[in-house]
Design a protein around this ligand. Structure first.
Ligand code: IPM
Ligand code: MG
Length: 365
């Protein structure tokens, strides 16, 4: 129960676009419920980002939103983006708002855990014997690489159009994400696979050198291996159990984490945490805004709820409350309740809000 001495946390809520508001409503109810159970209070500050912010202010990341995020104890983001903004200039697009938020909060480390829930084994397109027991963590560098490198742009010359980006990392950027990866591998099963394209790219050559240097200097108890990204993409579907921590750059991590998500049956199940050296973390599902089902009460809120669990565990150090949310997801799935993305014969189909009610009942029972 909450008392005069109970901790109070400020959460900045960014519901964004598409299915964002629907899944945010569910996560908020559940956070309030576990706060009541575990004796802490939460206040929510809702701020616009992405398309919603473009509509409200003309900018995908208003300064007031970034300021509110920096001042919070933790930030929970649903999703951004909608096809109606795809033709806007790049600096006005929803995605630019998200990248600006990651850069502005200096969230260089993105943690994307992939665990297979027993109840969902048959929801995966992969065979049971391949995915049973998968428990891996993608550690994705989030504020560098080709997403942010310069020069970039588009030029018209001699009747031709050329567009270009730069994939660049400096040693300190690699060192700090490598340390995060090794630290987490050390806490897990002690294995780290660094994924690069060092056979072709200079930037990957430096990546590999720095990962080896950090390994040698501070983490020789972790078993380090290297893998080219094309092979890693193949190994993820061939034998995903071989992986513990996968450490990789911004673009490779973006691609591999969507692939890894499908091991779990649906991209609607995967949470993530984005962390910096200090300051609040940002917690968000790895899926997008699903504009095709927005506003129809069809979305799967579970990745958002599991992101709220990561917020509780990593952001607020409320381990018991985090475990409550994770258990609620497992129990509701085990009882056969499914959203459309996971629907299987013999299961009960629920909309987003009804799934939220089931999760709430599971937390409170
Ligand atoms: C992700 C998303 C984003 C990314 C987009 C929406 C900018 O795909 O978080 O994986 O590419 O990082
Ligand atoms: Mg992505």
């Amino acid at each position: 129960m909450e008392g005069p001495q109970s901790p109070q946390y400020r959460i900045t809520l960014l519901s964004g676009d598409g299915i964002g508001p629907e899944i945010t409503a569910v996560a908020r109810l559940l956070l309030e419920a576990v706060g009541r159970r575990h004796g802490f209070g939460l206040s929510f500050d809702e701020q616009p980002i992405g398309g919603a912010a473009i509509e409200a202010t003309g900018e995908p990341l208003p300064a007031s939103t970034l300021d509110a995020c920096k001042a919070a104890d933790a930030v929970l983001l649903a999703a951004i983006g909608s096809p109606q903004y795809d033709t806007l200039p790049r600096d006005k697009r929803p995605e630019t708002g998200l990248l600006g938020l990651r850069a502005g909060m200096e969230l260089f480390a993105n943690l994307r855990p992939v665990r297979i829930m027993p109840a969902l084994i048959d929801a995966s397109t992969l065979k049971r014997e391949v995915i049973e027991g998968v428990d891996l963590l993608v550690v994705r560098e989030l504020t560098g690489g080709v997403y942010f490198g310069t020069p970039k742009g588009r030029v018209e010359a001699d009747g031709r159009t050329r567009a270009f980006n730069t994939m660049a990392y400096s040693d300190h950027e690699i060192d700090r994400i490598a340390r995060v990866g090794f630290e987490l591998a050390h806490q897990r099963r002690g294995r780290l696979c660094s994924v690069d394209k060092a056979n072709v790219l200079d930037v990957s050559q430096l990546w590999r050198e720095r990962v080896e240097a950090i390994h040698l200097a501070s983490f020789s108890d972790v078993a380090l291996s290297h893998m080219y990204v094309d092979n890693a993409a193949m190994q993820l579907v061939r034998d995903p159990r071989q992986f513990d921590v996968m450490l990789t750059s911004n673009l490779f991590g973006d691609i591999l984490s969507d692939e890894a998500a499908m091991l779990s049956g649906s991209i609607g199940m995967l949470p993530s945490a984005s962390l910096g050296e200090q300051g609040p973390g940002l917690f968000e599902p790895i899926h997008g805004s699903a504009p095709d089902i927005a506003g129809q009460d069809k979305a799967n809120p579970m990745a958002m709820v599991l992101s709220a669990a990561m917020l509780l565990r990593i952001g607020l150090k409320q381990e018991a409350a985090a475990a409550d949310l994770e258990r609620a997801v497992e129990r509701v799935l085990a009882a056969g309740y499914r959203t459309g993305d996971l629907m299987a014969p013999g299961c009960t189909l629920l909309g987003c809000m009804a799934m939220g009610d089931r999760l709430l009942a599971a937390v409170e029972s």
